[in-house]
Design a protein around this ligand. Structure first.
Ligand code: GCO
Ligand code: ZN
Length: 299
């Protein structure tokens, strides 16, 4: 634990960096800048970020079995062809809510794309409440709504045995668990697994490691925390040099490195001058634990 090392690998300065995903085929980290309206790809070899500009807030990106990516764009699920820089709509959600947009999303172990919505923020964490819903995009491109009344739909992942779905609605300050049916993609029996402490602030994106423990990025908390879903206890805290840590994933060789995205939206000049790396991408090594490869969307 003492050899934990944190490095800012891309300091381009996202407005809201989010949804980091390791793309093994490309040996690169894919992520989005939500309000910057960009899908980005960072190569550890060139140390450069390539970006594709899109026409709406892009809140998550996922791998696709057929190659390339799927994204949540505004209130749409869309396909993104990287080389061609081509975005095509798959389907739209929340048609009756023009002020909404998608937020975090992730593909389940069976290849279904889960993503939730929220009202557009007036400023960070300030928005019309209860406007969001959680959706699944199936491989046949049909969409199912699981529930509504969500404030800020955020981090999600599945337990190693695929029997539990973990989910964060940020303004509940809770990491929740559901029973998960991998056969059908249905969720049920919601309960709180962990309540954030005050200095941890707002729970945002999360990912699971190969020991079945959850890593949660704490927005305004400047940290990632490792939780034990069995006991509901926090096992570890890793602090970062920026407050607005938004999400995390494992990547790199054998998924032994952790990547953390961050945001700069909502910070004034003073705050930004104290944290010049705000909006950067961070690599954490020496955690002594590995992650699970991301699942590609099956459709
Ligand atoms: O990164 C996200 O998931 C949201 O889009 C952000 O806006 C923050 O989470 C939010 O401001 C804090 O709750
Ligand atoms: Zn988020």
């Amino acid at each position: 634990m003492s050899s934990v090392k944190i490095e800012c690998v891309a300091s381009e300065g996202c407005r809201i960096g989010e949804s980091p995903v390791w793309d093994e085929k490309e040996s690169a980290l894919v992520f989005v800048d939500i309000t910057g309206r960009k899908v980005c790809r960072w190569s550890p070899v060139t140390k450069q970020v390539q970006a594709i500009a899109v026409d709406a807030p892009v809140s998550s990106v996922a791998l696709r079995k057929s190659g390339d990516y799927v994204i949540t764009l505004g209130t749409r699920f869309a396909a993104l062809k990287w080389k061609e820089q081509l975005v095509t709509t798959i389907t739209q959600a929340d048609k009756d809510k023009p002020n909404n947009r998608f937020n975090d999303g992730k593909v389940d172990p069976a290849g279904r794309y889960f993503a939730g919505t929220m009202a557009e923020e007036i400023r960070p964490a300030v928005l019309e409440r209860h406007q969001g819903s959680l959706y699944t995009l199936f491989s046949d491109h049909s969409v199912v709504k699981h529930f509504d009344q969500v404030d800020i739909s955020n981090g999600l992942d599945w337990s190693l045995d695929h029997k539990t779905f973990f989910y964060i609605d940020s303004l509940s300050y809770s990491v929740d668990a559901f029973d998960y049916d991998l056969q059908t993609g249905k969720i049920g029996n919601r309960r709180s697994m962990y309540k954030l402490e005050k200095e941890e602030s707002i729970p945002d994106g999360m990912c699971i490691d190969t020991e079945g423990k959850l890593w949660v990025a704490c927005y305004n908390g400047g940290r990632v925390i490792r939780l034990d879903p069995e006991t509901g206890k926090r096992l570890q805290t890793v602090k970062l040099p920026v407050d607005k840590t938004t999400s995390c994933c494992f990547g790199g060789k054998d998924y032994s490195e952790m990547y953390v995205t961050s945001a700069s939206d909502g910070m004034d000049k003073d705050w930004l001058s104290r944290q010049p790396q705000a909006g950067g991408i961070f690599k954490i090594t020496g955690l002594g634990v590995k992650g699970v490869a991301p699942y590609p969307f099956a459709g």
